[in-house]
Design a protein around this ligand. Structure first.
Ligand SMILES: Nc1ncnc2c1ncn2[C@@H]1O[C@H](COP(=O)(O)OP(=O)(O)OP(=O)(O)O)[C@@H](O)[C@H]1O
Length: 290
């Protein structure tokens, strides 16, 4: 579903959540979720299957009522849900006409530009387009509504590797051009390096990490060296892996501590988004943080 919501809240923050919680019957899908997403950022919402990403986006988009806490978004919000439905008998051009009819603010040129960029035939019935092409029609519709906050649930899921790279690049240039804020959920974190600058990491319905991505990664370091039960420096072990005679530790450094220099056979390298997310997912799966 593509939904556009006009919000009365026009604070400087693009999205905020305070103590947000949502349950389905008795089971909490989201709990005590608080964060502030500044305007103009590209935020990656990541977490294992069932972590609560869709639930969070649906609450933020106003499609689900929270059971506790509150959330707000500034300006116009467009939400493209995971299934990205388009009317099967409508062509892409018909879908854009529908977008123009349903939205109070509409940028036909921008929507058409997106379709041209990805070589989506305008006249063909959407039902005859591939899954990835249908997703592009849904994105064009969302972009055409000129949102201030664009929320995309698994936008990269149906796309081939090249299209994934091009969609993220295109989103980034839309952000630069329009100043909009993007919140996208994904399992394909490798593609988000250099694109996302803010991270929201959910585990079991709770926000495990949230904030500026550079700052977050800066506080972490990855060590590889001879097999050892303990890391070569002080810090909180996010993940320890032991293979053969080798150990790898991903550490969160104590607040304010400089990156330590380690001697001997240990090597260190900066932590990437993928390193960090995989380590956190592995840790929560093992129950360390659950
Ligand atoms: N309509 C529903 N009724 C009951 N439980 C639900 C419903 N929707 C989601 N849930 C449950 O809420 C939890 C969070 O689901 P959600 O779809 O938000 O996770 P997700 O992080 O988006 O997962 P995925 O990565 O698999 O898409 C899961 O335990 C799920 O089973």
């Amino acid at each position: 579903m593509t939904t556009v919501v006009e919000s009365a809240d026009t604070t400087a923050l693009a999205v905020h959540a305070r103590g947000l919680g949502k349950r389905y019957r008795t089971k909490w899908a989201l709990r005590e979720c608080s964060f502030e997403l500044p305007a103009g950022r590209v935020a990656a919402l990541v977490g294992a299957n069932g972590a609560g990403k869709t639930t969070l986006m649906s609450v933020l988009a106003g499609l689900l009522q929270p059971d506790e806490g509150a959330a707000g978004t500034s300006g116009r919000v467009a939400f493209v849900s995971q299934d990205k439905p388009v009317y099967k008998h409508f062509s892409a051009a018909d879908m854009l006409r529908l977008g123009a009819h349903l939205n109070t603010v509409w940028d036909q040129a921008r929507a058409e530009r997106w379709l041209e960029r990805f070589e989506i035939p305008l006249g063909k019935a959407c039902g005859k387009l591939s899954g990835g092409q249908q997703a592009q029609v849904a994105f064009a519709l969302a972009i055409g509504s000129r949102p201030t906050v664009l929320m995309l649930d698994e936008p990269l899921a149906n796309l081939d590797p090249l299209a994934r790279r091009e969609v993220t690049a295109e989103l980034l240039s839309e952000v630069e051009e329009t100043g909009m804020t993007v919140l996208l959920s994904t399992h394909v974190v490798a593609e988000l390096g250099g694109v996302a600058d803010y991270l929201l990491l959910l585990a079991h319905g709770r926000l495990l990490a949230g904030g500026d991505l550079d700052e977050l990664l800066e506080r972490h370091v990855l060590y590889t060296g001879p097999k050892s039960d303990v890391p070569p420096a002080l810090g909180t072990v996010v993940e320890a892996r032991h293979r053969g005679n080798q150990s790898t530790f991903l550490l969160e450094l104590p607040e304010g501590q400089e990156r330590p220099v380690v001697a001997g056979q240990w090597t260190t390298r900066p932590v990437t988004l993928e390193d960090y997310v995989l380590a956190q997912l592995a840790a929560t799966r093992k129950g360390f943080d659950a």
